[in-house]
Design a protein around this ligand. Structure first.
Ligand code: PGA
Length: 258
């Protein structure tokens, strides 16, 4: 296929949902269907409180464990926060950084995102750095300017040797949780711009290896047409990741592309 052998990633962002019992039953269902598959990287990002239990069920499966956030410092007086080392301790391999909800509801800045990306890479966690414009920014024709700022500050000082560990998620804010996904063409346009920015910073070869996920109202019904786009390498799924059936269907749409 023409996507430079990039393996699709289908990541579930459970947000602030799922007690331990709910999490265990959801992930048990996922393991039954997706646990042996290797053609696509599947990944679940439960809340911190369920990481340990979910991790135990994922042991010996091919589904990876991700967190939804982390602090940039290795330890210290940061009440309520969790470090990269604490995540590693639970066999977490991926971490979502700079989700738009972190940015808009918790005041996370591009600079903080950059500190977290660097800290994650230093601890061998794969950061899934989220970028995306608001509806107002899109309507004001600011989309690419916003993405460029989020990318350049967010990835500042990231070494070229670590570039292929990066995962970028393009999530237009107006598409998150609204049922209104970007059209495949709209998403592809931004994904191509993101890959061009990656190429400028890391060179063409590295940029061709980095996975760029789309997020924002991904569902079984729109996954295939999104995955067919040249620069869309999978999805960061919110609402549809809370039910095994819909998450599995989205993953299967990615398998069907291989
Ligand atoms: P959604 O959320 O799939 O519910 O739109 C995506 C996200 O916020 O990562």
């Amino acid at each position: 296929m023409s996507k430079n052998n990039r393996r699709y990633i289908i990541a579930g962002n459970w947000k602030m949902h799922m007690t331990r019992a709910d999490a265990q039953s959801l992930v048990t269902e996922l393991v039954e269907t997706l646990g042996r598959e290797t053609a696509v990287r599947t990944l679940v990002c439960p809340p911190f409180t369920a990481l340990s239990d979910v991790g135990k069920i994922l042991e010996n499966s091919n589904i990876a464990l991700g967190a939804q956030n982390m602090h940039a410092e290795p330890s210290g007086a940061f009440t309520g926060e969790v470090s990269a080392a604490m995540l590693r301790d639970l066999f977490v391999t991926h971490v979502i950084i700079g989700h738009s909800e972190r940015r808009s509801l918790f005041g996370e800045t591009d600079r903080q995102v950059n500190n977290k990306v660097q800290a994650a890479l230093k601890s061998s966690l794969k950061p899934i750095m989220c970028v995306g414009e608001s509806l107002q920014e899109r309507e004001a024709d600011q989309t690419l300017a916003v993405i460029e700022r989020q990318m350049s500050v967010g990835l500042a000082k990231v070494a070229k040797s670590k570039a292929e560990q990066l995962i970028i998620a393009y999530e237009p804010i107006w598409a998150i949780g609204t049922g209104r996904a970007a059209t495949p063409a709209m998403a592809q346009e931004v994904h191509a711009a993101i890959r061009a920015l990656l190429a400028k910073q890391f060179g063409d070869e590295k940029a061709a290896q980095i996975r760029i996920l789309y997020g924002g109202s991904v569902k079984p019904t729109n996954a295939k047409e999104l995955f067919e786009q040249e620069d869309i390498d999978g999805a960061l799924v919110g609402g549809a990741s809370l039910q095994a059936a819909s998450f599995i269907k989205i993953a299967q749409a990615a398998y069907a592309m291989m």
